[in-house]
Design a protein around this ligand. Structure first.
Ligand SMILES: C[S@@+](CC[C@H](N)C(=O)[O-])C[C@H]1O[C@@H](n2cnc3c(N)ncnc32)[C@H](O)[C@@H]1O
Length: 352
């Protein structure tokens, strides 16, 4: 964006960043105290007295939040006394993307976020210590507090779920018989694949904590005869991906790693496959989006990777991913942008 702001406006924008965390907490409080919902239900507007009476809150509490909400364009005054939600307020209350992002920031990122500077200096996710002593969030994922885990999974799944139906169509054009789902997490994708194709067999590869969760889910769906598991830490270059896949699938997986680690992992894939194996990479690339909000969310997610997840990865641009794929000795056979339906682009690759 060209820097065309007048000084007075630029100074105002800078203050929005300065106080951003307080306004964020204000919005969370308005939502969690039921104030936004109550205002929304009463479309003709409500007064502060209506809110305090209905929600048993103090006049002070409601006013302090609403004064901030007004300046943040979350609510507006219809007349001198009556308040209604703005469109922004409506999105905060009802929009799934916004809800998932707010919960993720509040539960997963907020407490640790102040360690961002330290994370950059030390190349470590210093904010993760608010939850436990792990090198990466993935090692501790299954042990995070319930609410944190819930928000983490809702965030992760929200971004990949919309892509599923389109991604299944693209993947199954390759007619997989034995599919490796690398970073398969809870097994959600593998279960969807088994439902889509009654014959496909799958191996989920992941860290031990996630594999335990995936195994339980697979057992609950009676699919242990079609889905097996392989425990692996792909940061350890001595742990080799087994051979045998005719299709390899990696969704929202490579963004958990630095550029050097991605090349190392893709070389590990390279040693496990032959020229007939299709290798699919599905990622939300920040430079391949239609809406500014999408690019904004994806870029912001990189900061979570820095301070909470691993300290050294971030969301990719398509351009960088193309280079890393090439460095690993693979080439892209087909690019499918699901943009419009989801945030993702699928790269179908092969060994050179
Ligand atoms: C962001 S999740 C993606 C899950 C799923 N594929 C999806 O699209 O929603 C990343 C997955 O990679 C796994 N992972 C992260 N680091 C790993 C490592 N070093 N070795 C193996 N798996 C790892 C995590 O445990 C997690 O299940």
């Amino acid at each position: 964006m060209e820097d065309t702001l007048k000084a007075v406006d630029a100074k105002y924008e800078a203050q929005k960043l300065a106080f951003g965390p307080l306004f964020f907490q204000c919005v969370v409080a308005l939502r969690d105290l039921g104030i936004l919902e109550y205002i929304h239900k009463n479309r003709n507007g409500v007064t502060v007295e209506d809110i305090t009476g209905e929600l048993k809150l103090t006049d002070y509490g409601v006013r302090v939040l609403l004064e901030a909400a007004k300046i943040a364009d979350v609510v507006e005054y219809i007349d001198q006394d009556r308040i209604k939600l703005t469109k922004i307020g409506f999105y905060i209350l009802k929009d799934d993307l916004t809800k998932v992002n707010i919960n993720f920031v509040q539960d997963v990122c907020y407490d640790g976020a102040k360690y961002l500077t330290e994370s950059i200096k030390n190349n470590k996710p210093e904010g993760l210590k608010v939850f436990g002593e792990w090198d990466t969030v993935y090692e501790g994922l299954s042990q995070l507090p319930e609410q944190v885990r819930k928000s983490w999974f809702e965030f992760d799944h929200f971004y990949s779920d919309d892509a599923f139906p389109f991604a299944l169509d693209i993947l199954f054009k390759a007619k997989p018989k034995y599919l490796f789902d690398i970073g398969g997490n809870t097994g959600k994708w593998s279960l969807a694949c088994c439902k889509y194709d009654p014959d496909v067999k799958i191996k989920i590869l992941d860290l031990p904590g996630q594999l335990n969760v995936a195994r339980k889910n697979v057992e609950a769906h009676n699919l242990t005869d079609r889905i097996d598991f392989h425990q692996i830490n792909l940061l350890d270059k001595f742990q080799k991906i087994p051979k045998g896949a005719d299709v390899v699938w990696m969704s929202q997986f490579l963004d958990c790693f630095s550029n050097e680690e991605v090349v190392q992992i893709l070389k590990n894939v390279h040693q496990a496959v032959d020229e007939n194996t299709s290798i699919f990479i599905m990622e939300p690339f920040f430079d391949n989006q239609n809406y500014p909000a999408a690019e904004y969310c994806i870029t912001a997610t990189s900061l979570y990777f820095t301070v909470i997840a691993n300290g050294n990865s971030k969301m990719f641009s398509l351009e960088v991913m193309r280079r890393l794929i090439d460095e690993a000795g693979l080439y892209i056979e087909e690019e499918s942008a699901l943009i419009g339906h989801s945030f993702h682009t699928i790269l179908k690759c092969r060994k050179r």
